[in-house]
Write a protein that binds this ligand. Structure first.
Ligand SMILES: Nc1ncnc2c1ncn2[C@@H]1O[C@H](COP(=O)(O)OP(=O)(O)OP(=O)(O)O)[C@@H](O)[C@H]1O
Ligand SMILES: [Mg+2]
Length: 287
């Protein structure tokens, strides 16, 4: 794993704050066997550039749907999704997504998989090669550029997927349960690595997770969603929680201190908000 952050010299680098997301009145309906079904209802959310927002909620409350809408994979919806003031109208290099499974191509090497993130970019070939190399180093896999996914562990493969998502230097990184399939130790290494990278690069991050501790450890805010219909039930500010420390000082890759009493109180608050969604009688849940 890389101990230091390698600054990325990106040709399209912009110093200005970027990655402001504004969602207003977002409603998404599906048709299931002819019957309309409201997956998301009246979602409103403003995310500041560089902010880290976590989303938690019961299975089926629309978390993945929300990420797919932001990334532009679903184009039919009511309401507005604005990135830096411009409406999202399809996938673009300014947004990238990492899924629970790494979704690497097994017949391509790590560097070839990362290079796929630049397929639609217009950089000269030499710049692309340099960016791929730099991003593999960024996730601590510089020595594994020629390795195939079958030769990498689950955590290493997920790091390749993160490098692929970051290589085009997106304004927003969307993460859909990216660490769900990993063991606890790998998971906490990757959480720290992710924090270091998004902070160093100033990237706005939105993380979906089922793990309330992970949500609070990483997030400046935790959005709690309720199902049927999928909606935002509450937003819990976590940005002022004390940071975890390494040898007496907060490190760049350290999230909030899980042992702090304020952390534990917020964890209870998030769990209570989640539980309130389950406790509703079915009659009040009708979409
Ligand atoms: N393409 C689709 N067509 C019809 N219904 C869909 C489609 N995609 C999602 N849904 C429905 O929308 C709802 C929200 O699904 P979504 O995958 O966003 O939930 P989620 O919060 O990510 O759940 P999980 O925690 O299990 O991943 C579900 O009821 C699902 O059945
Ligand atoms: Mg999901």
């Amino acid at each position: 794993m890389a101990d230091t952050i390698h600054p990325i010299h990106h040709p399209a680098h912009q110093a200005a704050a970027r990655g402001a997301l504004e969602i207003r009145g977002l409603t998404k309906r599906y048709r299931v066997s002819g019957t309309p079904f409201t997956a998301l209802q009246d979602i409103g959310l403003s995310v500041a550039p560089g902010e880290f927002v976590s989303i938690v909620g019961a299975s089926g409350c629309g978390k993945s749907t929300l990420l797919r809408l932001i990334v532009g994979l679903e184009r039919q919806f009511d309401g507005e999704i604005l990135l830096d003031g411009r409406p999202v109208a399809g996938p673009g290099l300014d947004r990238a997504i990492v899924f629970q499974e790494h979704r690497l191509f097994p017949w391509l090497t790590a560097e070839e998989n990362v290079a796929l993130g630049l397929l639609k970019s217009h950089h000269p070939a030499a710049d692309k090669r340099r960016l791929v190399r730099e991003h593999l180093e960024l996730v601590g896999l510089g020595a594994f550029a020629k390795a195939y996914p079958s030769q990498l562990s689950g955590g290493m493969s997920q790091r390749v997927a993160i490098a692929r998502a970051l290589v085009a230097r997106p304004r927003i990184l969307l993460l859909d349960e990216p660490f769900g399939a990993l063991d606890a130790l790998t998971r906490s290494h990757l959480q720290a690595e992710l924090l270091r990278i998004v902070r160093a690069e100033g990237i706005t991050a939105i993380l979906v997770t089922h793990d309330v501790e992970e949500a609070l450890y990483l997030g400046d805010r935790v959005v709690v969603m309720h199902p049927r219909p999928g909606r935002i039930a509450g937003i819990i500010p976590a940005g002022r929680l004390p940071l975890a420390e390494d040898g007496g000082a907060p490190g760049p890759g350290f999230g909030h201190d899980r042992a702090d009493p304020a952390f534990i109180r917020l964890r209870e608050a998030v769990l209570a908000e989640l539980g309130a969604g389950h406790a509703q009688p079915p009659a009040r849940r009708a979409a």
